[in-house]
Design a protein around this ligand. Structure first.
Ligand code: UD1
Length: 363
């Protein structure tokens, strides 16, 4: 009898973490993955197009939860997933990352005594003002098995009293997704189709509430980007949360007038095609800090902290503020590329290690 594994996919950054594991479990003789989309992200470019890029099938279950306040979204995911978990009782639940659906489904499993694995466990920004930090703390307090991407994850969990036997450092699974579709990324030629010159542009993503929700912080960011655009062409795939705010404040017009290329959120292959040829990434995303470290591309992260410190200590990332963005950019572009070894187990083989670990724990 194959062991059934519920895999929860909810929001854009989850899909790159779930896809390699779904493929590896599907190929394994002893597991049957069941793909569950909570519907937290639903725009085609934020969801279906990424599923197609990563060769994921239609989900086995779609909970259709959609947007809402934190309590509404978390509660609605719990109510919807509980019905499926009770009816189909999996052998394992795997939740990934740090979005509201991650903590919601982990809570459902804990109360039903369904063993739960957290993939990307142990990350901490130390900043409880971030909703993701609360989701990480909640999930890691109640999961049964912890798959960490880097040694700092293990250290945080041990400090919080987690049994070391429950922790396995599997590495960074997002990079498995990159390797899975590397040829398609190489062929996509998105920079050319947008009139961008290879190696001579910066790719921007911003969506953190702390950056885009307040009028003053968003205006300061827009000013900083306009200043950068004087020296370096910027392309900015705009997240729906940010798009809404740029319209409400009228600040989008300022970016456009300065020459920043504002485009729709790009699905995975198109987006990575922009990243691989970029001179620099300017972002507040978690995953992009990791992908740029893997690819050796400088990354300027507009945040006060990061839950991914290896991207600074062993990678190409640095934290910047709006008022230091321009000087950091000039410095980063002047620096010759370093050939640094990648963090341990960031090698495109993480999903295989997850399957081996799950098998050992199922015996
Ligand atoms: C969520 C995650 C965040 C992750 C991000 C990636 C939480 C707490 N936050 O933030 O960790 O980095 O996803 O994108 O789980 N919207 C659309 N279409 C969509 C999805 C959202 O228009 O497909 C709009 C809605 O107006 C919604 C808003 O974007 O209210 C925010 O979406 P939400 O899922 O609440 O949070 P994100 O900012 O995307």
């Amino acid at each position: 009898m194959k062991k059934t594994v519920h895999l929860i996919a909810a929001a854009r950054p989850n899909f790159m973490k779930v896809a390699p594991l779904w493929h590896a479990l599907t190929a394994a003789p002893d597991f049957k993955p069941v793909l569950i989309h909570t519907g937290q992200h639903y725009d085609p470019n934020m969801s279906d197009a990424i599923f197609a890029d990563l060769r994921l099938p239609q989900p086995d279950f779609h909970l259709g939860v959609g947007s809402g306040s934190h309590a509404e979204q978390t509660g609605n995911v719990m109510i919807a997933y509980e019905k499926i978990a009770v009816e189909h009782r999996p052998d394992w639940l795997v939740v990934v990352g740090d979005v509201n659906s991650t903590a919601a489904c982990a809570m459902v499993a804990a109360k039903l005594h369904i063993p739960c694995v957290h993939l990307e466990a142990g990350l901490r920004s130390g900043d409880r003002a971030m909703p993701e930090e609360i989701n990480r703390l909640v999930t890691d307090a109640i999961a049964d098995v912890f798959w960490t991407p880097s040694a700092d994850g293990d250290a945080h969990l041990l400090r919080e009293g987690t049994d070391p036997a429950r922790i396995t450092m599997v590495g960074n699974i997002m990079l498995d997704s990159f390797e899975l579709v590397r040829p398609a990324i190489a062929e996509a030629n998105v920079p050319q189709s947008l009139g961008l010159e290879s190696g001579r542009y910066g790719v921007v993503t911003l969506h953190r509430p702390s950056n885009v929700d307040g009028d003053a912080s968003l205006a300061a960011l827009v000013d900083a980007l306009v200043d950068v655009q004087r020296d370096l062409q910027l392309v900015f795939p705009v997240h729906p949360r940010t798009a809404k705010r740029l319209v409400e404040t009228g600040l989008g017009a300022r970016l456009e007038a300065a020459g920043v290329k504002l485009i729709e959120p790009a699905p995975y292959v198109r987006f990575m095609s922009l990243v691989v040829d970029a001179a620099v990434a300017i972002t507040d995303s978690g995953g992009i800090q990791e992908e740029t470290t893997y690819l050796g591309i400088p990354c300027l992260t507009l945040r006060e902290n990061t839950e991914r410190p290896v991207t600074i200590s062993q990678g190409t990332n640095q934290l910047v503020r709006t008022d230091t963005l321009k000087s950091a950019l000039i410095e980063a572009l002047a620096k010759p590329a370093e050939n640094r070894p990648r963090p341990e187990n960031w090698d495109g083989q993480t999903a295989a290690r997850c399957v081996l670990d799950l098998r050992a724990r199922s015996a």
